[in-house]
Each structure stands twice: as structure tokens, then as C-alpha cells.
Design a protein around this ligand. Structure first.
Ligand SMILES: Cc1cc2nc3c(=O)[nH]c(=O)nc-3n(C[C@H](O)[C@H](O)[C@H](O)COP(=O)(O)OP(=O)(O)OC[C@H]3O[C@@H](n4cnc5c(N)ncnc54)[C@H](O)[C@@H]3O)c2cc1C
Length: 510
């Protein structure tokens, strides 16, 4: 069995939906989406757009400057500028496909002020998560428009001309419902498969984002960028089991929440006497790490957040968070919550040009699958904006450069599967990655991770399974990028760099 399309999209998160929507608007037919879940999209609470006539005099230029500054000036200026300039068009695209946003009582659009931005420019829904709303309204409309959705399909390998890395893209191989893999042919493939997911063990990511896709892109010959920059969310629930991975919004600190160590001390006040509210995520991560290293952490490797004194009405205004806790037997009005940093999103990925095309002709990348925009640290709410805007710009880029009528000859399925290899190597790879690639890194651990991933890549047993090889490759690539970046910058912190270095001081001095 095989299938053929003009455009095959891997993933059905926001970036995929925005790409498909804009392609359809431009008259492209035979678009198909293959995905094994909804990714991080349903959990999106905040999405940023700079709208005309906003009350703050905000502009796309200011938005671009904020992104570049938050990213420690590593982001690609051309991509950032084009993304910021498209902000209104991205908002309008979502509106055209039925997405609605919360308004104030006076009828103006509700704008929240989130971390990294000069002005309030974060849109939301107050009854549900905006990401869940996007999936709910856009998927049925896209289906009605004739876009094919192939659910429960795992993309397991990319197809290139002559099976050569860097050759023109020819499609991908999928496994439907875990069954025998088959080939899907398309002259244009869009990687919309999200970020590094659970490569590092427990994270906020859902299970369908596994991160091996980075290795898959490398196998196809795609250039990659900014791989050392993994965003850690500082206050993620570590217990009870049903709530593990749920981020406690940092906005709770603005509502009066406090962070405590095992002595009951508000440790953040030592470095931030004005209080926890508004503290940058990198500072919170840093201080939590110090408490844990000093033996003052919770049993799960984090600290505690105290929300008991916050009015119940305020807590309930974050329904996804409050309900998840209560539904899992945890009452934030009565108990301290065990929270700590967990991997949350990825700023690196496939390197793209201004059409969002990679170095593999015909392979495009959008959303968290592509890198280069957020630089060393991303502004809050900007993953969702970037997913929307990269989708929009990529769809327009495909019209400019995609060879939509290119004929493809077909080739045998070449991915390999060996359950024993997965059972043997995947837990070890996760251990290696979690140990070396956390909030704080050091040269010896990174070198050990490189050696460990390399040993697995050289093992003939591992070579029998494509998922294992791709996972090892992804971890090897991230560890290599982290080892090469000697200085602490953004979300990448090196402990073997002297603490007194100006870079380190700049990051943690407020
Ligand atoms: C709990 C949580 C809360 C978040 N809150 C926010 C927020 O408020 N604001 C914000 O800006 N960002 C937030 N983020 C980040 C944001 O969700 C992601 O960056 C965003 O969803 C990226 O969109 P995407 O379409 O690129 O990827 P995703 O939404 O992650 O979608 C990836 C898609 O690819 C599919 N996929 C993955 N691998 C394969 C494969 N091998 N084969 C087939 N399909 C595959 C997945 O099933 C999914 O359909 C949050 C993330 C999490 C986890």
C-alpha cells in the first residue's frame, strides 16, 4: 500500500493547521495531514499578536525587537522580522477559520502581559484553553474544505530521492495504528511534528511528541540550528501522578503565590527582595536548582509552591490547572504543591530559509519543528504565534518555490523495527539525556552523553531499529550543540564556566 499527495504534512498541531489553511486559501489541492495526536497545541493558553490600534502604541517593529532581545540576539533577524510583520495576517487567518478570542467588558480584545514582552499582546480564551479552541474549530473546517486527515499515523522516516541525505524530498513512511509501515509520496513535505518532547524523560509534552523526529530530519540531510536551547518551565507539577507535567502558571506568583524550600523559607526573596511576582523563568529555574542542590528540595527534585492563601475564585480563573489538580485529588487551597522545572518547548530545530524550506529541497518545516526564530530563549506565548505565522509564511513560500507537480517514482520501505532494541536502548538514552541536558550543564556530563549516544549509534543491535537510531541521533546532536556552546546563554547554562563571567552575571542579575 502507498498514497500520493501534492503536499503531505507531518503533524496536526497549530503549525500544521495554519499551513493547511493558508495552502487551501491559495488554491492548493491534494493536501494531507498525517499525525499521531494533537501535540502541545491543545495546552496553549497564550498566543501573541500585535493588533492595529492597540492601546499601548505597540508595533511589529517593537515585537521583533522584544523577540531578538529575549533570544539573546541569536535569533535569525530576517525570520523574526518577517514573522513580526505578518502578525496581523496570522491573527486574521485564525479568525477566518473560526477562532475567537476573549474580549473585555468594553468590547476591546483582552490582552495579557506575559514574560519577555514590552507590552500586553497576549490573546487568550477565559473559558477554555485557546489551543483547545483552535483544534476544535479548525479541524472540522479544514476537513470540510477537503484536507485529508490521517489520524493515529506515526511518521517513521523521510523519503529522499535515491535515498540520499540532502536529495529532493519524495515523501515519508508512516505506520498507522502501529501497523506495517507504508510510503506516502509527495513532492512537498511539511515537518510540523513539534519539538523535542519526551527525549529528556518527564516533561510537559504529551506522549505523541517523541523528539526522535530531529534525528529523522538529520538522516534526510537537513541542516539543523540552535539545538542546545531547550525551554524549561519552572513550576511544573511533580505529583500526584495524574497531574504530573501540568505547568502551574507562573502568573500564580503574580496572584500572590510563593515558592518555599523544605525549611518553609521563601528562598527567591534572597535574590529578589521585591517578591516572586514577575520573576523571570530563568531566575526561578536557577534558584530552584540551588535549593535542590543544597538538599532543601522536595522528594521529587523540585520545591513547593504555596497557593493556599489565594482566593478560590482567582484559582478557578485558571480552570485547566485548577480542575486537573482537583480531579486528581489535590486541593491547592489546602496543600502545598510539589513543583519543579521540566522540559517544555524547543527553540532549535530544522534550519529554514524565508520560505520555511530546509536544506533538503521540498522539505519545509514549521512551528516547533523549525529553529532559528526564538534564539537562546523564547518570549512566553510566542511558540503559538510562531506556529501560526510560520504556517502562514510557509504556505506562501510553497507557492513560490514548491515543485507541486514533480513526479515521484516510488521506493521500497526501508525503516526497520525491533521491539527488543527499543526496550534495551530507549530508557538508557532518556537517562543519558536527562542527566546531561537539564537546566544546568557541564562539560564532563555532556561528553559522557555524547559518548553514550555514540556507543548506541555504533551498536549493531540498535541499528536494527529506526526509532532507536533516530532517538540516539537526536540526543547526540543536542549534546554536541550544548558542548560546543561554552558560554551560558538564555536557557543554556554551563556550570563549568566561572560564575563570575559577565555572561553569567548578566543573565541572573536583575
Ligand atoms: C502543557 C503545555 C502548555 C503550553 N502553553 C503554551 C502557551 O500558553 N503559549 C505558547 O505559545 N506555547 C505553549 N506551549 C508550547 C506550544 O504548545 C507548542 O510550541 C506548539 O503547540 C507548537 O505547535 P506545533 O504545531 O509546532 O507542534 P505541536 O502542537 O506539538 O504538534 C505536533 C504535532 O506533530 C505530531 N507528531 C509528532 N511526532 C510525529 C510523528 N513522528 N509522526 C506523526 N505526527 C507526529 C503530534 O501528534 C502533533 O499532531 C505549551 C506546551 C505545553 C506542552
Amino acid at each position: 500500500m502507498s498514497r500520493k499527495h501534492k503536499v503531505a504534512i507531518a503533524g496536526s498541531g497549530l503549525a500544521a493547521l495554519a499551513t493547511a489553511a493558508r495552502l487551501h486559501e491559495q488554491g492548493v489541492k491534494e493536501i494531507a495531514i498525517y499525525a499521531n495526536g494533537l501535540g502541545g497545541t491543545p495546552y496553549i493558553a497564550a498566543i501573541n499578536f500585535v493588533l492595529p490600534n492597540n492601546p499601548y502604541g505597540d508595533t511589529p517593529e517593537q515585537y521583533a525587537e522584544d523577540m531578538l532581545a529575549a533570544g539573546y540576539h541569536i535569533g535569525n533577524r530576517e525570520l523574526v522580522t518577517e514573522m513580526a510583520n505578518a502578525t496581523v495576517r496570522g491573527y486574521e487567518l485564525l479568525c477566518r477559520w473560526g477562532v475567537t478570542f476573549a474580549h473585555n467588558e468594553d468590547g476591546t480584545i483582552k490582552l495579557r502581559h506575559v514574560s519577555g514582552h514590552k507590552y500586553p499582546r497576549s490573546l487568550c480564551q477565559t473559558t477554555d484553553l485557546i489551543g483547545a479552541e483552535i483544534e476544535k474549530v479548525m479541524i472540522p473546517k479544514l476537513k470540510e474544505a477537503g484536507i485529508e486527515f490521517h489520524d493515529r499515523c506515526q511518521v517513521v522516516g523521510l523519503l529522499t530521492e535515491g535515498d540520499k541525505p540532502g536529495g529532493k524530498i519524495e515523501g515519508f513512511t508512516v505506520s498507522e495504528n502501529g501497523g506495517e509501515p507504508y510510503n506516502v509520496y509527495a513532492p512537498v513535505v511539511v515537518a510540523a511534528w513539534g519539538g523535542v518532547g519526551n527525549l529528556l524523560g518527564t516533561s510537559t509534552y504529551p506522549d505523541d511528541v517523541r523528539g526522535n523526529t530531529l534525528g529523522m530530519a538529520k538522516q534526510a540531510g537537513a541542516d539543523l540550528v540552535d539545538l542546545e536551547f531547550i525551554e524549561f518551565e519552572p513550576m511544573v507539577m511533580m505529583t500526584p501522578p495524574g497531574a504530573v507535567g501540568e505547568p502551574c502558571p507562573t502568573a500564580m506568583l503574580g496572584e500572590g503565590g510563593t515558592l518555599l524550600n523544605s525549611d518553609g523559607e521563601r528562598f527567591l526573596l534572597r535574590v529578589r527582595p521585591q517578591g516572586e511576582a514577575g520573576a523571570p523563568k530563568s531566575l526561578i529555574n536557577h534558584e530552584i536548582w540551588k535549593e535542590v542542590a543544597a538538599g532543601k528540595g522536595n522528594p521529587h527534585g523540585g520545591i513547593w509552591v504555596d497557593l493556599r492563601h489565594i482566593d478560590e475564585k482567582v484559582l478557578k480563573a485558571y480552570p485547566w490547572f485548577y480542575n486537573r489538580l482537583v480531579n486528581n485529588g489535590c486541593d491547592p487551597k489546602k496543600e502545598l504543591l510539589e513543583v519543579g522545572p521540566m522540559p517544555h518547548s524547543f527553540s532549535g530545530g530544522i534550519k529554514v530559509d524565508r520560505n520555511y524550506e530546509s536544506s533538503v529541497p521540498g522539505l519545509y518545516a514549521v512551528g516547533e519543528a523549525c529553529g532559528g526564530i526564538h534564539g537562546a530563549c523564547r518570549c512566553a506565548g510566542n511558540a503559538a504565534s510562531q506556529a501560526t505565522l510560520s504556517g502562514l509564511l510557509c504556505a506562501e513560500g510553497i507557492l513560490r518555490t514548491g515543485e507541486l507537480d514533480r513526479e515521484i517514482a516510488g521506493q521500497p520501505v526501508s525503516v526497520k523495527r525491533a521491539q527488543e532494541a527499543q526496550e534495551k536502548f530507549l530508557p538508557e538514552l532518556q537517562r543519558i539525556a536527562a542527566h546531561a541536558l537539564g537546566v544546568f550543564r557541564n562539560g564532563p556530563d555532556l561528553e559522557e552523553a555524547l559518548r553514550g549516544a555514540h556507543a548506541i549509534l555504533s551498536d549493531p543491535e540498535a541499528a536494527k531499529d529506526s526509532l532507536t537510531v533516530q532517538t540516539a541521533l537526536a540526543i547526540h546532536l543536542i549534546a554536541k550543540a550544548a558542548l560546543n556552546r561554552r558560554e551560558s546563554r538564555g536557557t543554556h547554562n554551563r556550570l563549568d564556566f566561572p560564575e563570575s563571567s559577565p555572561e553569567f552575571e548578566r543573565e541572573f542579575t536583575l
